[in-house]
Design a protein around this ligand. Sequence first.
Ligand SMILES: [Zn+2]
Length: 270
Amino acid sequence: MNVSDGGDRAVSAPPVDQVAAGVFVATAHAYTTTTTVIAGDDGRCLLIDPAVSVAELAGLARWLGERGLRPAAGWSTHPHWDHLLWSRALGDVPRYATPRAAAVAVRERDALVADVQREAPGHDLALFGQVEALPGGEIGWPGPRAVVYQHDAHAPGHGAVFLPDSGVLIAGDMCSDIEIPLPDLDDPDPFGGYRAGLAILAAVPGVTAVIPGHGRPGDAAEFRRRLAADLAYLDAVAVGADHPDPRLTEDWLRAEHARALSRARTPHPS
Ligand SMILES: [Zn+2]
């Protein structure tokens, strides 16, 4: 089976870990970006946020093929370029996002395309961002239940996915061990919106493992620790106070932190 869509590029499979029975996480090189694979019935799988490079998507498709898995559906947790990717080798299947996220993917398409061409060139733009709005709160597919929790922290219509059978929460760009909270600074109430999103995730019953969009998966205790760390960060920054978060390890994170602080100190007319 030819699953390479990268031309002459080498197919580099990202490392894959199993976090629960039938739930796999592949970790890409750029930004420690995760892809979640949920195995379902008859060799089908649900694919969440496949990322990042053309070679990594080709490697992911090969990994699935070697295990007899083929996508039945895709889910995009939120409308940022690195969560809207797909490749031909992953199949022509429905790809969903929350209604608000799907609307943003259309409205902001030109900027998103510019982002992906700059950050991860070579993707098939005809497939990029082609997500449809999922009505209702559950992804219908032949596999374990996948319940959507929608909020507006980090991006409009951010949709975390919870698997009640295994207790795994796929959080999107929240609850990371390596990134501070990154509120959507275009939101009229970025910090309040982020807190509301965290409260929704904190109230999900029976979480046994969390998978962040960037970083490493964690167990239930680690999930609670990250929620507390994120709340502590937001409590400080929302009132314009600096906060020595141990995750401020890279220049781009320090720059985002400075933007958030400046936004808190200069309230937006809304
Ligand atoms: Zn994001």
